[in-house]
Design a protein around this ligand. Structure first.
Ligand code: KMH
Ligand code: ZN
Length: 273
């Protein structure tokens, strides 16, 4: 089995300091959380940005400042800015971080319920995001929240509408209103991806730890972080993203899987030229 790539989704767009006071908003807090995750063993940092008051934004200049500050603190880490942003944002708003030419960015693979909201990724939106990533030579992380999202993006890849092989998928399971975080659902998805692809699993809420264990033993990769889950265990909040990553590292050790450095992760993801 390849080494395990751990991604830390350090802040997301929805979780707040009311949920967990360690959720980062400011540039300094973002750097603190990215560094805690990297030092604990994360090779990849998935980045959303906020204004200092916690409001989510996709502002290009805010992304520039945050990404530069994280790069200065952890130069090796692979940074994956979000093009998902928060529900209700326009496609144009969401695309702003792609203007900064990141090596990777998320590409969300279909519309779905998102708690009480709807996360809109209709076909014109997805075609525009695919075109932008082809033009700017950005490797997408294809985020699938629902089973049908995978078929949608595979069809687009066949038609050359999004970047093709080798594809990196992130199966985000357990969002309220979407495909539940079960091993059965994960196995169904993993069995459908093209040979040579890589994949990560993200379990949301109470799905976080079962999905982390499944990702480790099934040969995939694992995402954790405050975007998805704020608890180390029932009733015990994590004090940092680093604590969540440490738990994945401990699980991997128990289960006999080695953890990839950022350099090794770049190789596995095909980012090395
Ligand atoms: N905040 C969610 C509505 C992504 O980063 O690409 C979407 C999201 C996906 O987090
Ligand atoms: Zn995200």
């Amino acid at each position: 089995m390849e080494k395990l790539i751990i991604t830390a989704a350090i802040c997301g767009a929805e979780v707040t300091k009311e949920h967990n006071p360690a959720v980062p908003y400011t540039v300094e807090e973002m750097v603190r959380e990215a560094k805690s995750a990297y030092d604990a063993g994360a090779a990849v940092i998935h980045v959303h940005v906020r204004h200092d008051d916690g409001t989510p934004t996709q502002d290009r200049e805010r992304f520039r400042v945050v990404l530069d500050a994280i790069k200065a603190a952890v130069p090796d880490a692979i940074l994956i800015p979000s093009t998902g942003g928060a529900t209700g944002m326009t496609p144009e708003e969401r695309l702003q971080p792609t203007e900064l030419m990141p090596e990777m960015a998320t590409l969300d693979c279909g519309t779905c319920n998102f708690g009480d909201d709807i996360f809109v990724n209709d076909m014109p939106t997805m075609r525009a995001f695919g075109k932008r990533m082809i033009e700017n030579n950005i490797k997408p992380e294809y985020e699938c929240f629902e089973i049908g999202h995978l078929d949608t993006v595979l069809d687009m890849a066949n038609k050359g509408l999004v970047p093709g092989a080798p594809m990196q998928f992130n199966f985000v399971l357990g969002v309220a209103g979407c495909t539940p975080a079960t091993v059965e659902n994960l196995a169904f998805l993993v069995n459908k991806i093209p040979a040579g692809s890589t994949w990560t699993v993200t379990g949301v809420g109470r799905g976080a730890w079962p999905m982390a264990a499944a990702g480790i033993v099934m040969g995939g990769n694992v995402r954790v972080g405050f975007e998805d889950n704020i608890y180390l265990e029932r009733g015990r909040k994590a004090k940092s993203n680093g604590e969540l990553v440490e738990k994945v590292v401990a699980l991997a050790k128990l289960l006999g899987r080695e953890v990839a450095t950022a350099d090794e992760a770049r190789e596995i993801l095909g980012l090395k030229k």
